[in-house]
Ligand binder design. Sequence first.
Ligand code: EPU
Length: 420
Amino acid sequence: MGAYVITGGKSLSGKIRVQGSKNSSLPILASTLLNAGKNVIKDVPNLKDIKVMTDILEKLGAKVSKSGNILEMDSSNVNIWEVPEDLMREMRSSIVLMGPLLGRFKKVRVSYPGGCEIGPRPIDLHLKGLSLMGATLREKHGFIYAEAPALRGADIHLDFPSVGATENLMMAGVLANGKTIIRNAAKEPEIVDLQNFLNRMGAHIKGAGTDTIKIDGCGSDELKPVEDYTVIPDRIVAGTYLVAAAITRGQVTLKNVVLEHMEPILAKLRETGCKLECCDDCINLTADTTLRSLDSLRTLPYPGFPTDMQAPMMALLATVEGTSILTETVFENRFKHAEELRRMGAHITINGNTAIIKGVRKLTGAIVEAKDLRAGAALVIAALAAEGETTVYGSSHVERGYERLEDNLSSLGAEIVKKK
Ligand code: EPU
């Protein structure tokens, strides 16, 4: 199992550019199934999850070519509507292929994604929405078959503003007959990015970024490939580097950020006492004073504090004097990192979906294991501040979301190497 070996105690300083967003790139790549021709998508991060998505699209018949962070995707010859089971299992979010495949082929087969380390993660909202749009759904031997000779627009109210369900239904709505309305839609910046990409393709979508999204269905002949599109910067990666700077009481400048997307994270960092200076597309964080604990930090759908930043923030708060209370409301089981942080000397008690964190003076190096992507990022962050050496096993989880993490941290002065 791959690992990061980190010698803590170096204060980070310097400047780095933030990668493009993983969670924007994934649905945007899936949506290229809706048109025929060459789409050129820029700033796509070089990550394992992206590779799984492009592998799936290639297996379906798409032509994919890659040059650095630029991907060319041509779905003209796609002729398969069954998503390969082995690849589907590697990445839960491949469920967003259902909407575009159903739109294009009128049928789709995916395997049931099942649970994962951060909780059971059902897909009932995706399926309910598709069924309201006229899809007939059958589940057999772990596969889901959906068929809709003619998808029709529908008025869909999501019980929870699920990111993936909103994306899936937006893509299904593009080629449906009539108007689709998604109410209580997710408002994440990645949803707006998907709307922008689909509209550049020729779709008619309004409202992304608000809780009501309206899609006027169109014919497939109206959809053209998008010849030049750049995905938004990754707000979670940006937040992770800011927290890394804060935990080492350092000073770091990030380039390529959208400040508005960062605000929920910046607000909490300001509350801890970090100093933030912002320009058009950059943020500088300085943590040169004693930081303060947070008496309430709750994860919520956007524009609330992102669940993907919960683990990194827990690592930071573990080093801040006083008691912090952190509540996870989005996922059921996203505190696995707490136990690993405890091995490093953190004082964290879990009570249901609440973590009570009593800041300690110093974390100490230990051997720990990342169980999921953001938990891994949190352990790396903790290790940067810990006394001595930490080995974080499970680096492959971290590589699902962070491009060249060890190089970026090294360039900021961290002592980190990756071992196979
Ligand atoms: N949910 C349901 N039923 C559904 C769908 C979701 O009950 O049909 C529940 C989930 O179980 C969960 C909550 O709703 O408790 C939120 O899930 P959501 O559907 O919003 O999440 P997702 O689309 O599966 C995306 C990101 C996650 C991020 C969440 C929340 C991608 C590829 N993934 O997942 O990112 O945590 O939104 O913001 O966009 C990560 O990058 O590490 C990551 C896990």
